[in-house]
Design a protein around this ligand. Structure first.
Ligand code: PHE
Length: 355
């Protein structure tokens, strides 16, 4: 039997028995790989006597084509078999209902931070941030808060590791210090973020949110502070007429200091901002104390300005009619579904109850 015939018979038999892709590839390499039987035969053509070469070459070509065709066919068969097997084994139940998915909601606190940030950025405030874990120096001392001030009391402040050096910041005011230390005046910044105090009832939670504001420049006075806060309150509550009351107060880091109340009334069980004769406190503010400026190496004779700290959660409760602060942080998905905001909506008015 000729050599060609022998190869043919052997491989026809073997290919017939092949059942999977892996084995088929093995045979393919054996025949046509770099050192494959057929490949080598072609390489040897040159050393065959001239009179036999032509015949051998044509026989070899026929064999090559035959085997290649067979391998292709076999390949197709195996693939079809695999698909059929998969279809048979993987039972797809087309009657099962589709998997539903829910769109997430923006938490009212995040929503209000976005709204407030965009209002202040329109009048030139940029955003700064500070850490939740603060040193006693930034949170109190640099802010002109003496060692024996009641705000430092263990009952209000969460101290870390039983040390008095590190604590969870009790307000966002330390960001004033951080901002002024890292560059030169003028400063015009807001700083939103989490704050902590050991307190918990319907309107206080141990973690809450504030937004700090600081504006330091030459010739800044209390009129600027009032103008800025009026502008903010009108924009935020989307009312033209607002009633605001500046009530004398005390903060160690401002002089003079004030608390700002906003006028409101309850109508048909709903809160109406800017009307009526009830007052609600929304922020603390004042002219930055010269001692604070000295602590951050700003000359108080040349530069002055104002600072304020707004309760973000309080703003959210007022604007969107939410009456229990604790619900903000209980992570009840049904609450968020109700009071949250659609991510793609432009922030306008309250939509929670109208749904
Ligand atoms: N840090 C003050 C508080 O938490 C608020 C405040 C900020 C007052 C800035 C004056 C100036 O109560």
């Amino acid at each position: 039997m000729s050599e060609i015939k022998k190869i043919k018979e052997e491989y026809l038999l073997r290919l017939d028995k092949v059942l999977d892709q892996y084995k088929l590839n093995e045979i393919k390499t054996e025949l046509f790989g770099k050192n494959g039987i057929i490949s080598n035969k072609f390489k040897q053509l040159g050393s065959i006597d001239e009179d036999k070469r032509k015949e051998f070459a044509s026989e070899l070509n026929v064999l090559k084509n035959e085997l290649q065709d067979l391998i292709l066919k076999k390949n197709e068969n195996i693939q079809n078999q695999e698909i059929n097997k998969k279809l048979k084994d993987d039972n797809i139940d087309v009657t099962l209902p589709g998997r539903s998915y829910f769109a997430g909601k923006i938490h009212p606190v995040s929503q209000v931070i976005d709204e407030v940030t965009s209002i202040f950025s329109e009048i030139g405030f940029s955003v700064e941030e500070g850490p939740d874990v603060e040193s006693e120096y930034y949170n109190f001392s640099a802010l002109n808060t003496p060692e024996n001030h009641p705000a430092r009391d263990m009952h209000d402040t969460f101290y870390l590791h039983h040390s008095k050096d590190f604590l969870l910041r009790t307000h966002t005011s330390p960001v004033q210090i951080r901002t002024m230390l890292k560059s030169k005046p003028p400063f015009k910044i807001i700083a939103p973020g989490r704050t902590y105090r050991c307190d918990s009832d319907q309107t206080h939670s141990p973690m809450f949110h504030q937004l700090e504001g600081l504006h330091i420049d030459k010739n800044i006075n209390m009129g600027h502070l009032k103008g800025c806060l009026y502008y903010f309150v009108k924009k935020f509550f989307e009312v033209d007429k607002v009633k605001i009351r500046f009530r004398p107060s005390h903060f160690p880091f401002t002089e003079p200091s004030a608390e700002v109340d906003i006028g409101y009334k309850i109508q048909n069980g709903k809160i109406k901002i800017g009307e009526g004769n009830k007052w609600l406190e929304i922020l603390g503010c004042g002219m930055v104390h010269p001692n604070v400026l000295k602590n951050v190496k700003v000359n108080p004779k040349k530069y002055q300005g104002y600072a304020f700290g707004v309760g973000i959660d309080r703003l959210a409760m007022l604007k969107y009619g939410i009456n229990d602060l604790r619900a903000f942080f209980e992570n009840d998905i049904r609450w968020l579904e109700f009071y949250g905001f659609d991510p793609l909506d432009v922030p306008t008015n309250y939509r929670g109850l109208s749904r």
